[in-house]
Structure formats: C-alpha cells, structure tokens
Write a protein that binds this ligand. Structure first.
Ligand SMILES: Cc1cc2nc3c(=O)[nH]c(=O)nc-3n(C[C@H](O)[C@H](O)[C@H](O)COP(=O)(O)OP(=O)(O)OC[C@H]3O[C@@H](n4cnc5c(N)ncnc54)[C@H](O)[C@@H]3O)c2cc1C
Length: 443
C-alpha cells in the first residue's frame, strides 16, 4: 500500500538505509534518533591538540569490494568519491620481531588462485605451513555457513582439525578473522568465519580489495544521510529517545542495538526467550590514536604479526592534520576485552614500545597527542551458536520489523550487514518476501 506511514527508530546505517528506501518507495517516513547526530556506531568528534584541531573517528572502519550494499548506500548518499578502494587487494604485513615486510597481494588470476602467489611467498609462515594453509582455505570454501551445526562449531577447533597450528592462526587466520569477526578464531563461529573468508577471499578475485574512508566518518555517513533524508522527504527527529513504540504508524522499523530492541519490542514479538539480547552479547573494539611529529608509516595501513597491535592506519588526511605537522595513526584493536578497562596511561606505556617494534621510525618521533576511544558494544559477539539469537527482519507482529547489523543477515556485524538489514526491512515493510542466501539477506 503506497503512502502508508512508517516510523524508523535508530539512525545508524541500518535505520538510514531503511528510511531512505521506504521514502523512495513512496512511504511517509519519520526517523527518530536518540543522539544529536546520525550515523550510529560510525561517527566522529573534534579534538584540540598540540597538533592542531583534529577530526577523530570513534573507530577505524574499512570495507571490501564485496560490500555491495554498503557501496550502493555510499552512491545513494553521493559520497563514493570520499572513499578509496584498492584496485587490487594488497595488505602489507609487518612483524614486531623483524624489520622485513610481507605482502598479501592478489594477482589477476581467478579465485582462489588469485591468492596462491601471495600465500606461497608469505614469509611469516614456514613453507610447509603455507601449503597446509592453502589446503585449509580450500576446505573452508566448501563449508556451508547456513548449516546450524556449522554455526555451533568454533572456527579455532575447525582450523586445528585441519592442521593449522598457533603460528598459522596468529599470522594468517586471525590477521583477517579478528578484524572482520571481532573475535579470535577460538571464540568465533565457524559459520561466520566461513562467510567472511568465502565472500571476501575465496569466491571472487576482486572481492577482498580493501576500501577506507578519506574523510571523517561523520561526513561520510551521518551528515550525508541527513541531507539525503531531507531531500527524500523523511522527517528526522534527533535527540529523541524512544522509550515505548507508538501505535500510530502503519509500520515500525526498530533499528537500534539488540539490548534496546529487546526492551522496546513487545514480549510476544519474537520466538526468542527473554534475555536473548544478553545471550547474543557484544564485543568491544578499542582504538588507540597516536599523533607523531613525523611520518613513520608510508602506506595507508599495515597489518601486524608478532605484535598485539593488529592493524595500524594512517589517518592524517582524514583527520585534517597538516602533513607538515606530523602523522596521525589509528591503532585498531578488535576483540579488545582485556584492553577495555586499561587507563590511557597504561595503554600508552604498552602501545608505544610495541609501535616502536612494528614501525621502527616511530622510536625517534615525538608524540604530539595520544588518546583512546573505546566502544564496549562495537559488535554482537560472533561466538559459536550466535545465529540462534539473531532474529529475522519480520517479527510475529504485523507492521513491526527489525533492522541492525546484529539481525540475521548471515554477515558478521559490519557496515555491509547493517545496510543489508536496512534493505531487508524495506522489503519486509513493502510486503516482499526476503530470502536469506549465502550472501545474506537480499530483497
Ligand atoms: C570501533 C568500531 C569499528 C568498526 N569497524 C568496522 C569496520 O572496519 N568495518 C565494518 O564493516 N564495520 C565495522 N564496525 C561495525 C559497524 O560500525 C556496525 O556494524 C554498524 O555501524 C552498525 O549499524 P547499525 O545501524 O546496525 O547500528 P547502530 O550504529 O548501533 O545504530 C543504532 C542507532 O540507534 C540509536 N538508538 C538507540 N536507542 C535508541 C532509542 N531508544 N531511540 C532512538 N534511537 C536509539 C543509536 O543512538 C544509534 O544511532 C565497527 C564498529 C565499531 C564500533
């Protein structure tokens, strides 16, 4: 029925996608967001420092070429020119124990052969382990992520059964897995891990090309969305926390996080027992921000082995820092349960020597600014068995729909998952059946 009224609760990527899609389909849409800005878990703030005024993202975000729904949203928001996307996946991998660099760089060969050369030359694994890793990768390609038994299994146990020892897990599997799943292999669902590796690395040769943002996240998502929503005729109410769902709309899309969603939904809305959002749980991400008085990293990012630092990104351009003043590095630390409670001083004492081992030039650079951003509930917990706690878009109550990266998209908690969930909510409101495929929810 064209022209019906819809309330979207929550202005993260899921809510933004749902509101835009429904407005485009002719619905009269109101989007309500508790905070003073749109963008949800992707946002930025200003910080004055010795290095000048900086734009700081709450956490470094990257995407892959296979994130087609997310990239379509960027197009819809008119901001695709504000991101960079590698023409060919190329991950420099440095070690905290050696000055040498390895590159996980794909070739133009069809998948999965596109990674064969990179793996064969990957110096952070002994040659026999490279062959064994290639075999395990091929086996992972035929794991069925939609099999509930697969979701109950731990990725770490599966890797161990395929002869992947601690070194292979650290230097290869967790290098990709921790950043995308926000969980180490031993605590990750095999189904979610298989999804990430299949979609990103095994099925198509350009799927894993890496994209990143050249501007503050707030400009890319929240600010651009505010303009696009206004142009589409969506009424946006910021600073408005919904405490109870109104009954005055034809449809309501709840696009908040899992805990708030459980509070907002009537008890009979889902087939899940009370307490489901706590059972799903969450995992933190910590970002350590270091501004140095000289450049110490010559590439947009680097991944780390033999180091707790995981991934380091050059945020100089995105933060507005004058490159003549120095370099702004964001150290993205996923699955950061143990770091969450540490003070800035403790993190500084721990980080700077590690940074010195990974990027030796940083040892002689002066620290102009050092601070930390913490997101305790960055993602849902991608644990074995998590899928049964991820509800579908449609609820048992007519007119009530869900969206959010944590809903049953088949993807881990990513921007792509959030946008797909928003697309699924549009389809649900419009009465189209959504089918969950190996690629997640598609209209
Ligand atoms: C530090 C960090 C790093 C990340 N890195 C990556 C990455 O590299 N790549 C990637 O793809 N993903 C990454 N993610 C995950 C990604 O950001 C999220 O999956 C995605 O943004 C979630 O979007 P969402 O719309 O589902 O939820 P949210 O962004 O959580 O949106 C929910 C919105 O609802 C609002 N809300 C809550 N309660 C109410 C209420 N009662 N009334 C009204 N509004 C309410 C909230 O304020 C919020 O704006 C990262 C996340 C973090 C935190």
């Amino acid at each position: 029925m064209a022209g019906g009224t819809v309330l979207v609760v929550g202005g993260g990527l899921a809510g933004i996608t749902a509101a835009l899609g429904l407005a485009d389909a002719g619905r009269s849409v109101t989007l309500v967001e508790a905070r003073p800005r749109l963008g949800g878990l992707t946002h930025s703030f200003r910080r004055s420092s010795r290095a000048g005024d900086l734009w700081v993202d709450n956490g470094q975000h990257v995407f892959l070429r296979c994130c087609t729904s997310y990239r379509r949203l960027l197009d819809r928001l008119g901001v695709s020119d504000l991101v960079s996307l590698q023409p060919r996946m190329d991950i420099p991998v440095r070690s905290g124990a050696s000055p040498r660099v390895a590159r996980l760089r794909r070739s133009a060969l069809p998948a999965p052969l596109h990674l064969a050369g990179a793996l064969a030359a990957y110096r952070w694994l002994p040659p026999a382990a490279r062959v064994s890793a290639a075999r395990a990768a091929l086996a992972l390609g035929s794991v069925d992520p939609d099999d509930p038994a697969v979701d109950e299994e731990s990725f770490g146990r599966w890797l161990a059964r395929r002869g992947q020892g601690p070194r292979a897990v650290e230097a290869l599997w967790d290098l990709v897995g921790v950043a995308t799943l926000n969980a180490p292999a031993e605590r990750a669902s095999l189904a979610l891990a298989a999804t990430v590796f299949q979609l990103g690395l095994l099925e198509s040769n350009d799927a894993g090309d890496i994209g990143w943002v050249r501007v503050p996240l707030q400009r890319l998502h929240g600010d651009a969305a505010a303009r696009a929503l206004a142009a589409a005729g969506v009424r946006v109410e910021l600073r408005t926390r919904v405490g109870r769902l109104p009954t005055t709309y034809d449809d309501v899309v709840v696009a908040t996080g899992p805990a708030v969603s459980e509070d907002l939904l009537p008890g009979d809305a889902l087939d899940l027992a009370p307490g489901w959002s706590a059972r799903l749980g969450s995992s933190p991400i910590v970002n350590v921000h270091v501004v140095l008085d000289s450049a110490v990293l010559d590439e947009p990012f680097v991944a780390a082995v033999d180091s707790p630092l995981q991934w380091v990104f050059d945020r100089t351009a995105g933060s507005g820092l004058d490159p003549a003043t120095g370099q702004y590095l964001a150290l993205s630390l996923s699955a950061a349960e143990e770091l969450l409670g540490r003070s800035v001083a403790e993190l500084r004492e721990w980080t700077l020597p590690e940074l010195g081992r990974l990027l030796p030039r940083s040892r002689s650079a002066r620290v102009l600014d050092f601070f930390v951003t913490r997101e305790p509930q960055a993602t849902f917990r991608a644990a074995p068995g998590s899928r049964k706690w991820r509800p579908a878009t449609a609820t048992r109550l007519p007119g009530l729909h869900l969206a959010g990266a944590w809903t049953d998209t088949g993807w881990p908690a990513t921007m792509e998952g959030a946008v797909r969930s928003g697309e699924a909510a549009v389809a649900s409101v419009l009465g189209r059946r959504t089918e969950r495929t190996a690629l997640g929810a598609t209209a």
